[in-house]
Design a protein around this ligand. Structure first.
Ligand code: MF3
Ligand code: CO
Ligand code: CO
Length: 326
């Protein structure tokens, strides 16, 4: 019973069987929404899970584009320290370019397009800006962005699967430009998505912003995870703790490690001048994960959806500057 036109969603904490239903109908929970809720919280059957498609051959990058040290071998080295006086300027440029590529690629995430076609588009957009797709060849990753659909938590490989109306897809874009890596991602709705997925996307984006707002030099790095986890928990979502944000700059991944759930032992102090990412992954169900045998794709064990948003930030005197913005 509601006068609102937006569909009602069950709360994080559900009533007991004989308590009144959360929807306000006045009926006992067991006679009202209980069946529907337990259905929605059950593991997803195999037939409704994302299936791997075919991965296309590696796309070439023109010879004039400067590449990171791992491009040929797959193994990242120490990176190249460029002119230290222009570090922030170069980082701002790389991060802005990453945000632009994310925006262009995200706009193309419509029903019917394959994730491989999104890879082709992103690939061209990096090169157009004079940048190298940081993921291409990184520890052998075969593509120019990660595309993580529905229950894929992260590191999905673009392939021949076409996006379907109602999917959600995270696009994770990293560019190597002016000697620096800029890393960002967002989860996009494909066509019309259900209310529960819409809420997952909204809350995950809010978690990222709350994590960024918690950044302040002098504080332990776990203030970020504390803020993120508190907000996620309020909505009944899980926070994936097997993968973390990371320092970034001349190299793709470095210290500090930025966990998205509160870790009492993560007491490294945030320092002015640091560059790092914050990239919370939230799950509608349990946070437990499984790995596909492609060696990359990480999915929720229960097959329920997961979303992620990511920014690269710069620690200022009194907070954080978001670098991955257009
Ligand atoms: N962009 C991802 C991150 O946010 C890393 C992808 S590495 C890859 O850290 F090899 F999987 F592409
Ligand atoms: Co990323
Ligand atoms: Co990252």
């Amino acid at each position: 019973m509601s006068t609102s036109t937006s569909p009602l969603l069950p709360p994080a904490k559900l009533p007991g069987p004989n308590e009144p239903c959360w929807c306000g109908s006045g009926t006992k929970y067991k006679k009202c929404h209980r069946g529907e809720d337990s259905q929605a919280r059950a593991p997803v059957p195999a037939s409704r899970r994302v299936q791997p498609g075919v991965v296309s051959p590696r796309r070439p990058v023109p010879a004039h584009i400067p590449r990171p040290d791992y491009a040929e071998t797959g193994r990242p080295g120490p990176g190249v320290l460029g002119d230290p006086t222009t570090r922030l300027t170069r980082m701002r440029r790389a991060c802005r370019a990453a945000a632009e590529v994310l925006q262009v690629t995200g706009a193309a995430a419509q029903p019917g397009i394959t994730t491989d076609a999104l890879d082709a588009l992103a690939h061209e957009e990096y090169i157009r800006r004079g940048g190298y797709p940081s993921t291409l060849g990184y520890h052998g990753f075969p593509k120019s962005l990660c595309t993580s659909v529905n229950e894929v938590i992260l590191h999905g490989i673009p392939d021949s699967r076409a996006l379907e109306d109602g999917d959600i897809v995270n696009l994770d874009i990293t560019i190597y430009l002016d000697g620096m890596h800029g890393d960002c991602s967002a989860t996009f709705p494909v066509g019309k998505i259900d209310a529960a997925s819409e809420q997952l996307l909204r809350v995950t984006r809010e978690c990222l912003m709350l994590g960024i707002e918690a950044v302040r030099p002098g504080l332990p790095i776990n203030v970020i995870g504390r803020a993120i986890e508190a907000h996620a928990k309020r909505h009944g979502y899980g926070v994936v703790n097997a993968y973390c944000g990371h320092g970034i700059g001349e190299v793709f991944h470095r210290s500090p490690q930025v966990c998205h759930a509160f870790d009492p032992h993560a007491t490294d102090i945030i320092e002015e001048g640091m560059f790092f990412t914050i990239e919370p992954m939230l799950t509608m169900g349990a946070i437990h994960h499984r790995d596909w045998d492609d060696g990359w794709t990480v999915v929720t064990a229960d097959g329920r959806r997961s979303a992620q948003f990511e920014h690269t930030i710069f620690v200022t005197r009194d907070g954080a500057e978001i670098l991955t913005q257009v």
